[in-house]
Design a protein around this ligand. Structure first.
Ligand SMILES: Cc1cc2nc3c(=O)[nH]c(=O)nc-3n(C[C@H](O)[C@H](O)[C@H](O)COP(=O)(O)O)c2cc1C
Length: 142
């Protein structure tokens, strides 16, 4: 999993909400990915969070917990737009594609903004910024 994260430009978490928090299996995966100490796979990795549940708050509390965890792990997060999706089976086709135009357009907008955010973070992470090592070993300073 750590290799897959390292090879990714960004991570988009898509999750239900369990007892107003992050489902245990997902939290466990995040915890393992953050260790051993000093090899946190999420540091500087652009992230986004989407969730859906039948409840009317559409995973808002899970997403809030997730933001706290990702902040501690130094993972930049797309702050806006947010995607709290109330799951209504009538909104989806048999193959999982979205039937309801309101939901489809919200998700399209989210993905456009997420893509732009990932590109901004990757540009900011590129070598040549303050604090980066020079090839000669010196640190770049202002
Ligand atoms: C242990 C458990 C806790 C849940 N807690 C919440 C919750 O806090 N809020 C919510 O909207 N739905 C909650 N649900 C309903 C899930 O959103 C719903 O079951 C989800 O569609 C199922 O995803 P799953 O197939 O991964 O269980 C809970 C479901 C389970 C099994």
């Amino acid at each position: 999993m750590k290799d897959a994260i390292a090879a990714s430009d960004g991570i988009l978490f898509v999750s239900p909400e369990y007892n107003r928090s992050i489902p245990g299996a997902l939290k466990n995966a995040i915890d393992w990915g953050s260790r051993p100490w000093g090899t946190n796979s999420f540091a500087r990795k652009p992230t986004g969070i989407i969730g859906t549940s039948p409840g009317s708050i559409g995973t808002a509390v899970m997403q809030s917990s997730m933001r706290s965890v990702l902040s501690f792990l130094d993972a930049p997060q797309l702050n806006a737009p947010e995607a709290y999706i109330k799951f209504d089976p009538a909104s989806y086709n048999e193959d999982g594609s979205v039937r309801d135009e309101g939901t489809a357009s919200l998700l399209r907008h989210y993905m456009e903004e997420y893509s732009a955010f990932v590109q901004r973070v990757l540009a900011a992470n590129a070598p040549g910024h303050i604090g980066d090592e020079h090839p000669d070993g010196a640190k770049l300073t202002r």
